[in-house]
Design a protein around this ligand. Structure first.
Ligand code: CP
Ligand code: NVA
Length: 328
């Protein structure tokens, strides 16, 4: 045996069940250090491939900036420019890329393709969104709440309103890991898969978290410390647009919903938003929105994720150090 630890992937937020609190402390420390002009160089000499099958503004940009900040190099790869787009298999793509790069960030239509890439890659694979989960997003969201709630989520009430989609799946797992009380108002036909709910419930048994559902946005939002929504029509669901717009009418974060939550409620949206559908302009542009900090936190959260999976950070947990500090 070589003594080299096995490679570690991030396909589901549940993969971070052991590390999430320390990971968030590290992300916050790096955020604070960056504001002072200090950047760690923990990814120096590291190359990261980024395969995106779907469009992206935040995930792509924040990963590229995170990798550059940490002294590494990011390669953006579009499947239409790769042999993948002409029928080369995912397994062969994984084998070849693993000979060049130190990690692969992948945004996929299908979770089974994500799992296939991870199975055949010998380097870490990071899920940058698929039809099942969006784990990197939820790490940033928990960081946003952690900052605003002074370092703890325990017993706080979070209400999610809208589609039982990839974002909600990761949000349930993340809430369960950190001890949030999550109530999701979702039309019955659009609830998340039972297997993911059961996984979240199993994690929640260790932390005192609660994972609940109802069909009334107002009841879910009543007394909540935070409200969260996502689009009614995710990438890949466009053929169902008409049916979804009908089913989700009323599943909107608006002033009426904010009014029944706590007065100091924070409103989250992973973006992009369809203003006027799942959220109104008045809430997005209003004083309770934490949405822009949430988008910024993708950058800091992903730095901590990259360090963890690449084994790059060796300083004490929660410290800003790791590798050589260099001026920003
Ligand atoms: N929230 C998010 O993942 O945004 P992008 O699709 O722009 O990456
Ligand atoms: N649920 C959305 C998230 C976008 C970041 C989608 O999959 O399109």
């Amino acid at each position: 045996m070589s003594g080299v630890p096995p490679k570690r992937d991030l396909l589901s937020l549940a993969d971070l069940a052991e590390d999430l609190p320390a990971l968030l402390k590290r992300a916050l420390a790096m955020k604070q250090a960056r504001a002072r002009g200090d950047l760690s160089t923990t990814l120096q000499g590291t190359n990261v491939a980024m395969i995106f099958e779907k469009p992206s503004t935040r995930t792509r940009t924040s990963f590229e900036v995170a990798i550059n900040d940490l002294g590494g190099h990011a390669l953006y790869l579009s499947p239409k420019d790769m042999q993948l787009g002409r029928g080369e298999t995912i397994a062969d793509t994984a084998r070849v890329l693993s000979r060049y790069v130190d990690a692969i960030v992948y945004r996929a239509f299908r979770h089974q393709d994500m799992a296939e890439l991870a199975r055949h890659a010998t380097v870490p694979v990071i899920n940058a969104l698929d039809d099942r989960e969006h784990p990197c997003q939820i790490v940033a969201d928990l960081l946003t709440l952690y900052e605003r709630w002074g370092g703890s989520w325990k017993g706080r009430k979070l209400a999610y309103v809208g589609d039982g989609n990839n974002v909600l799946n990761s949000l349930m797992l993340g809430s369960a890991i950190v001890g949030l009380h999550l109530t999701s108002a979702i039309p019955a036909a659009y609830r998340p898969p039972a297997a993911t709910v059961e996984r979240a419930e199993a994690l929640a048994r260790h932390t005192g978290a609660q994972i609940r559902f109802n069909e009334s946005p107002i009841e879910a939002a009543r007394g909540a410390d935070a409200l969260y929504t996502d689009v009614w029509v995710s990438m890949g669901d466009e053929a169902e647009q008409g049916a979804r717009e009908k089913a989700f009418a009323g599943y909107q974060i608006n002033d009426e919903l904010v009014a029944v939550a706590k007065p100091d409620v924070w409103v989250l949206h992973d973006l992009p938003a369809h203003r006027g559908q799942e959220i109104t302009d008045s809430v997005m542009d209003g004083p309770r929105a934490a949405i822009w900090d949430q988008a910024e936190n993708r950058l800091h959260a992903q730095k901590a994720i990259l360090e963890l999976l690449l084994g790059a950070h060796r300083g004490p947990l929660g410290s800003a150090s790791g590798g050589t500090e260099r001026p920003g």
